[in-house]
Design a protein around this ligand. Sequence first.
Ligand code: AMP
Ligand code: MN
Ligand code: MN
Ligand code: MN
Length: 294
Amino acid sequence: MLQSSIIGIGSIVPKLHALNADLHCHSCVSDGTLAPSEVARRAAAHGVQLWALTDHDEVGGLAEARAAAATLGLRFVPGVEVSVTWAGETVHVLGLGIDQHDAALMAGLAATRGGRQARAREIAAQLAAAGIARAYEGALTYVGNPDLISRTHFARFLVEQGYCRNVSEVFERYLSEGKPGFVAHRWARLAEAVGWIRGAGGIAVVAHPGRYAFDDAQMWTFLAEFRDAGGEAIEVISGSHGAGEQERFEALARRFGFMGSRGSDFHGPGEGDVELGRVPPLPSSLAPVWSRLV
Ligand code: AMP
Ligand code: MN
Ligand code: MN
Ligand code: MN
């Protein structure tokens, strides 16, 4: 009896690891280019078996995403990617398996979105001073949701206008810290964001930890604070991770006892070479965050 249940567990765990889970991507409700239902179709077409839509600071696409996933037979996880300011840096925290109607989460996300319009005007003013006219109006033509105007929309406009060859180059030359179109912004606090997510029944996950310019000591402090606030997982596998980062964050996840997550961070066809469902498998040493989501 005992032996057969152990064998039973052993056969479930590898199957869970092998599941093609893509738990991080965007629709035009934030800074992606496809509608939620189009993202669902594309995820299914690329073999995704468990899918979360995680728009920035916004859950307005989840109803359409859920309905589309249901018609496709695709298992769906409601998600969000919350913008956070920690130690003066922007970091992103995913909320997976959230109740999208939770009042405190809704209020927190609305407050987090709140400053985007004013920030966009400032970005445009700085770009105008650098010789790029009417960037606010230009960015707006790429925006699906005016509350969610983001640097990505400016980047697409600057590429269209021929200032840069691609979105990454725009970030490098104009939109990152120290560059002529960068405007510092205060997003949600770390403990606040984790609290909203947990309060809405979700799991808080550090998104693309390899993207943050932290040295080892800062990363350690950040992850410790995240864990103490109630954070439970980190995105070890991300479409925006480079060589070596998977190993670094696998080791850190083990040290902190975090579950591992996996997501492409897909924003649209032709935006980088990231594709839904096409990232490496989660290392077998880590418990998949989706063991709590299936
Ligand atoms: P925002 O929330 O307005 O500050 O915009 C952040 C978004 O810009 C991120 O979610 C990414 O989609 C995009 N982004 C940030 N840095 C880069 C980069 N170096 N290259 C391309 N896209 C980037
Ligand atoms: Mn984005
Ligand atoms: Mn992000
Ligand atoms: Mn993202």
